[in-house]
Design a binder for this molecule. Structure first.
Ligand code: GAR
Length: 195
């Protein structure tokens, strides 16, 4: 079966992107990562992607007058590379309804909480403040409303008595890195069977 051409959008470290790239190199994995794009020139993930042999480039949102123009440039690069599916992985720009509607059903995100809990930022702090016994991550479709699209996969972990926001983030990260490739596999397999 043909692998689905996929781009990963990042803003920083890019550890989830690395796990997607590694998974995608598997012979029977249904997606390939063709392109990594960062909105931040200094994102450490750009070099990590290049080291893995993936084309990686920065489109600095500050070079554009407004969100729409930044997204138009992003969209043009994605279309030029014949991308079919996008994974946001620590991409810290909110996408407008214009961009989201162009990629409806083809735009995924990983969020560090058990959505619908804790949309937005500071998810680990908020889970601790609420006294939650469980925390986790969610891979979901991106829709115009922030962190509100349909869930594809969710993974859970226990909150321990001495947890801090940092310890939660640190324990959650490998769980995220395992969950995202599984979610991408599900979506890419669906696209394969519908095209
Ligand atoms: C991850 O924990 C991801 O869930 C989070 O940013 C981190 C990126 O790490 N994303 C969000 O908070 C999105 N709102 P990474 O760059 O090492 O993959």
């Amino acid at each position: 079966m043909r692998k689905i051409r996929t781009a990963v959008l990042i803003s920083g470290r890019g550890s989830n992107m690395v796990s997607l790239v590694k998974a995608s190199k598997g012979k029977n994995y249904p997606a390939q990562i063709n392109l990594v794009i960062s909105n931040n020139l200094d994102a450490a993930g750009l070099d990590k992607a290049k080291d893995l042999g993936i084309m990686a480039l920065a489109i600095d949102h500050r070079d554009f007058k407004n969100r729409k123009q930044f997204e138009a440039a992003l969209d043009a690069v994605l279309k030029e590379a014949k991308i079919e599916l996008i994974c946001c992985a620590g991409f810290m720009r909110v996408l407008t309804p214009w961009f989201v509607s162009r990629w409806e059903g083809r735009l995924l995100n990983i969020h560090p909480s058990l959505l619908p809990k804790y949309k937005g930022l500071n998810t680990h702090e908020r889970a601790l403040e609420a006294g939650d016994k469980e925390h986790g991550c969610t891979v979901h479709y991106v829709t115009a409303e922030l962190d509100a699209g349909e869930t594809i996969l969710q993974s859970r972990m226990k909150v321990l008595p001495n947890d801090t926001p940092n310890s939660l983030a640190e324990r959650l990260l490998p769980i995220e890195q395992a969950t995202y490739p599984d979610a991408l596999k599900l979506v890419a397999t669906q696209i394969q069977s519908s095209t």
